[in-house]
Design a protein around this ligand. Sequence first.
Ligand code: GLC
Length: 711
Amino acid sequence: MISSRIRELLSQMSPQEKLGQLQIVYRPRHEEAAALVRAGIGAVFWPQSAAASNALQREAVEGTRLGIPILIGLDVIHGQRTIAPVPLAQAASFDPDMVERLARTAAVEARSGGVTWTFSPMIDVSRDPRWGRVVEGFGEDVHVTSVMGNAMVRGYQEQDLSRPGTLAATAKHFVAYGQPDGGRDYNSVDMSAQRLRNVYLEPFRAAVRADVAAVMASFNTVAGVPMHANGALLTGILKDEWGFDGLVVGDADGVANLVPHRVAETIDDAVRMAYAAGVDVEMGGAPSAIAWDASTLDPARLDDAVARVLGVKEALGLFERPYVDEAAERVEPTDATRAQARRAAARSAVLLQNDGTLPLSTGSRVLLTGPYATSTDHLGAWAQSFSARSSSIADALRARDDIEVIVEEGVSFFGDRHDDVDAVATAALEADVVVVCVGEPSSLSGEAASRSDLRLPGRQADLIRAIAGTGIPFVVVLANGRPLVVADWIDEAPAVLEVWHGGTEAPAAIVDLLLGDQEPAGRLPMSFPRSAGQVPVHYAHENTGRPAAVRGTMTLESVDVALEGPANVQEKYTSKYLDLDLGPQFSFGHGSGYATFSYGQPRVSSAEIAADEAVTLEVEVTNTSARAGDEVVQVYVEDVVASIAPPVRRLVAFRRRTFAAGETATLSFEIGPEQLGFWLADGRFAVEPGAFVMHVGGALERTVPVRLQVR
Ligand code: GLC
């Protein structure tokens, strides 16, 4: 329903003025941007200050015929001045309230500088860590991605976009961008309609229900149709079926890319196709929209697109309050935002394994080694020039007066002539414990950063193995923007702490975790493969007609031996690799803390329900350790038999909760059609009768089952 103001404006606007509202220009120099705004462009990228934003806004409000305010957009992905952990790390916290609060901080900082529109959250499910952009999303799981995406939308938009300190959020990249062939960015996507609906569309459906202001189209094709020209999905499902009334923005040059996609001969053809398909705002480097001949676009489609854009501006209150208070611009983190970022970095960490070496004892003599000992590269792939930098782990450890630190990097990220693993092995002999800080620099993840080899770059694995050879206790701190292949060293590491790219305050948080001031209790939002050859590998897979059961070490020789005896012949003809163990190195949901927990038998309020009914599932959880700690209680549904091959497990609920030492608490979850049903290829959502099993626990490999019958 459009307002009378928008209706009035539409009646007054010329076709050219309408076209001007349907474009955002990125990276213009200030003078160029001012000229574009005077010429009618309705949105620009942030000019990097409140004063410059107000200057551009004055060009629009006071310098154009109708005085329509502009939108000012920016990729506020995980913070503006105070950089929070990358979204993949935030997902690992399994703490949506934290994600919402971080987005709130980012919105307040960005809006104070004149930003009104963020191109975030990225809610592309991905099961392929070769794809560099997994760092920007929330991992492999539909439910986690939906919950975290909505938390970010709430954090940016609050309940009312017109309130101060809000940003119009953008759910991106619509759709299935995270499953490109070969894990190569921008590559083709082709999949069944039912998988598209049940996995890749679902988080966007959730974001639309959360009233996200915008959706961004993705660079990829789906079944041969580029998303920027995909009317069936952009209009058919997003706008018509789901009733999305915000705006669809193209990705940078995504409309122009229709020509190399070979579905458009010229840019004009591409523009016409994109608007007809449902793109409302074209994002480009050169002002092309206002140069177009508006008569080539369907007038009703033109007005619909303009109404959507003006609707977002109206919701933001820009017609009443177009300017920002320059004196109140937030250009630096505050103590509070730093403390929030530090706590978030700690809550996003995942303890992959620990033989008790962690937490370290104070008073120890610590050798700190590896490229991440001194690197300050903790901000992740979307850090921008105006974001607050981070320090290093060495700086943070040296700031402690209860630890003695020696620093010897040993190797660089990519290996060079200065690498000296032996010197570090010698230095280790003088230490009580070694902390090996390794990982991927942020340049190896993010857009256009796909990798075919997921191991640690350079000689970092050699360094770990050399330290293992000394017999001195050691821990590995892993800082990376994607799941890595760690098979070549993991079995030699007493303790491994996954800290991702944790943001401005990551080093301080890592030291808090190493010394036990904070407890790592995150869980993996994405499986770690044993090898890149195993990808895609994820937990919500189909069972196949011939599931393999063997979990021991599989080698090419052992397969010949395994052929003896009928049971092993049975094993031979099953879905597996001849040369790789079954399953991922670490599964989705994997992780533990310093505390330990036990689970009672889960109970359901009714053992049998109708397809449209729900049950309450309850479970008693006890902290069996002598220290307080967080547990991430996870509820997975197993649909025993379905009309299409169901995933062997599907996460439908989770909750992170702090338990006092020895505390027992009962947690309850609502299990109904939303959790039990799934989408059929024809677009119907169905809860099918039959047996279900709920698996409840702190990790996939540690669950307790309870059955439920749907009649
Ligand atoms: C990039 C990204 C998109 C981003 C846009 C604007 O190409 O694909 O996520 O929002 O351009 O920077």
